[in-house]
Design a protein around this ligand. Sequence first.
Ligand code: PEP
Length: 251
Amino acid sequence: MRKKLVAGNWKMHGGIEQNNSLLNKVVAGTLGADKATYAVCVPYPYLSQVSSLLKDTHISWGAQNISQHVKGAFTGEVSAIMLNDFFCHYVIVGHSERRTLYGEDSKIVSHKFKAALENSLIPILCVGESLDQREAGLTEEIVGEQLDAVIELVGVEALEHAVLAYEPIWAIGTGRTATPQQAQDIHSFIRNRVASHNTQIATKIQILYGGSVKANNATELFVMPDIDGGLIGGASLLPDEFISICMAANN
Ligand code: PEP
């Protein structure tokens, strides 16, 4: 049985006071809910605060991006090894906002994925299609290419230490969620694609759904057989919403 994971992606939101209050509520609100696991992926400047706040709790933390490089003249970048100083467990790679706003293609994303693994971080690899691509019937081709680029670089065995997240771009931050069946269809496609290389890894890997998950739709998504939790953007900033989503995974 795969344990579900609910990971918050705070994006470029937060503040010292706000983080403190949000995380204290989330820790208290999910206490004892140990059938699932929980994490928050926060902006770099708050990693120190978040690691102190969460270190003796059941909630893990991580970042939202890393450089594909180890170190050097890369102004503004943050390396995977730096995240180790803050005991990060996870790092998101290939979020669609990075792919579309910052030109990260599948090659760059796969090198980021590799950098994460080489530094004992669990990459949460985001894949997903735009609305135009879905309407043109290209969803599987796009998602397949994003996944294959990573498998080609690191080998399928590396996925044993990774999490996948299917995030249709048209559902992110739009309030328009994929239906549970639409999401399940692509999750199943992704799992089968991994299974074509290694069935054991395919059975074990967590595939999260992301895209306007809220308290009122989390349960119907999380009961689908290939949906192993969620990557939560906007709703992860609202303590009651996020706690309810975590509880929906705790079944
Ligand atoms: C995300 O940023 O990964 C995301 C899924 O955002 P939202 O939940 O706000 O759609």
